[in-house]
Design a protein. Structure first.
Length: 279
């Protein structure tokens, strides 16, 4: 169920604070302090006001808010599947316990924006950080969580960015046309190997009918697309060629902007290819 921004702007201050507290456990006091900044012209302005209240809060209030937030689970960060290896799940649990012991509050990360490997890497790196820097990192992740929840719970102008997009395009420069009918597969790549996320075939424009990933933040991490360009070119070269030079082309790449647009564009011939991040 969503609420319109106009309703939040017109609500009594205690109701506005209650809405913020229902959206983010323990954060009603942020709503109380941000209420005086109303009316908000955009949902992004509402998010900015809540973050300003958070950064102005005392260290004790910030710590209490972080302590009230649940830790991420392996399933939160894994995307479509849980951790593939029990050993990794155990390492994750040990890391969370070590973090709590070192800093006195739970490890906080916006798991919807990360693959499980990115979460594990962040946990290891942040365990070695200084307490003040780590509190700042946790508050930054808290801001990402609040932004996603506001984008889903509040209707109105100026929604904050909350989704990313991964798309692809294959062009046949041997024939001077889009490469239609190229089968491709998208994988997430991590410690446990590759995990198939989707399989598609390019359309008449050399693109897929819909983005490979969309409608949610892209999870920061490593990915791979396999392009089966051999079958596409087989009927377009000299019939005497029995073994094509290129059959399946794997492209491994990283995503670091969960709300960004990643366009994996390929220019191919039977003997060569070029890949770049397009638009």
């Amino acid at each position: 169920m969503t609420t319109h921004l106009d309703s939040l702007n017109a609500a009594p201050a205690e109701d506005f604070a209650g809405f913020v507290g229902s959206l983010i456990p323990g954060a009603a006091f942020l709503g109380e302090r941000a209420a005086s900044a109303r009316p908000f012209a955009t949902v992004s302005a509402l998010h900015a006001a809540l973050m300003a209240a958070l950064m102005a809060a005392s260290p004790e209030e910030q710590r209490a808010l972080l302590a009230a937030h649940p830790e991420p689970t392996a399933e939160d960060a894994a995307g479509l599947d849980p951790l593939a290896a029990a050993a990794e799940a155990e390492a994750f649990a040990r890391g969370l316990a070590a973090y709590r012991e070192r800093f006195g509050f739970p490890f906080l990360i916006c798991a919807e924006r990360q693959t499980i490997d990115a979460v594990l890497d962040a946990l290891a790196a942040r365990l070695a950080g200084e307490p003040a820097a780590e509190r700042a990192a946790s508050l930054g992740e808290f801001g990402h969580i609040v932004r996603l929840r506001l984008a889903r719970a509040v209707e109105g102008p100026g929604l904050p960015p909350s989704t990313g997009r991964l798309s692809t395009h294959v062009l046949d420069t041997h024939g001077g046309r889009p490469a239609a009918g190229v089968a491709l597969r998208l994988y997430a790549v991590g410690r446990a190997g590759r995990r198939l996320l989707d399989s598609r075939t390019t359309n008449a424009d050399g693109r897929t009918d819909a983005p490979l990933l969309a409608g949610a933040p892209l999870r920061a991490g490593r990915y791979e697309i396999e392009f089966d360009i051999g079958p596409y070119f087989r009927g377009r070269v000299d019939g005497a060629v029995r073994n094509l030079f290129l059959e399946t082309v794997p492209i491994r790449f990283g995503i670091d902007e969960p709300e960004g647009h990643y366009h994996v564009a390929m220019i191919a011939t039977p003997w060569s290819y070029t890949v770049y991040r397009g638009s």
